[in-house]
Design a protein. Structure first.
Length: 168
């Protein structure tokens, strides 16, 4: 039997095809489930837009906060519905630059979600697990926490309207 709007009107509360009890009780989707992962993607989109509200400023951006490491954001590809970007800190050790953590992200503008494509760490290397949902969950949970930390520190990539126009 196909589910349609007509069928939905005929069904009573507890007969729905999805379990709405967690929503009614104010709980979020299950952790480490596909729905929980999608919710995490949405939260990452919101946090990333709070750090970088205007990704059209430039392809390379740096957020500097006194007493903290500079945050680097690079746009690697722009398309109508998606933007690929890289976010990292840059450390200098013995004359060489190290990027840690080094995240490659994909932002879906129409769906308003951000997905971590790769998380590279110098101490652990890239994160690869046999369970794809678990791997995505860990990488995106890391991004969620890191963006919260960056916001707490005061990192922010200023939008175009806040830039001064030079009179030359």
């Amino acid at each position: 039997m196909l589910f349609s709007k007509c069928n939905a009107r005929e069904m009573k509360g507890d007969q729905m095809l999805i379990d709405l009890a967690p929503v009614r009780k104010g709980r979020s989707a299950n952790a480490r489930s596909f729905s929980g992962l999608m919710e995490l993607y949405e939260q990452n989109y919101i946090r990333l837009r709070n750090v970088a509200p205007d990704l059209c400023i430039a392809d390379e951006m740096i957020s500097s906060v006194p007493g903290h490491h500079d945050l680097y954001l690079s746009i690697t590809e722009r398309f109508k519905y998606t933007t690929m970007l890289r976010m990292t800190y840059r450390f200098e050790e013995e004359g060489e630059y190290l990027f840690e953590p080094d995240l490659q992200l994909k932002m879906y503008h129409d769906a308003r979600v951000v997905e971590v494509l790769q998380l590279q760490s110098r101490s652990r290397g890239p994160l690869y697990l046999s369970d794809l949902i678990e791997q995505k969950w860990r990488m995106n949970r890391f991004l969620y926490k890191w963006l919260g930390y960056c916001l707490h520190q005061g990192h922010y990539f200023h939008p175009m309207q806040h830039l001064k126009v030079s009179n030359k």
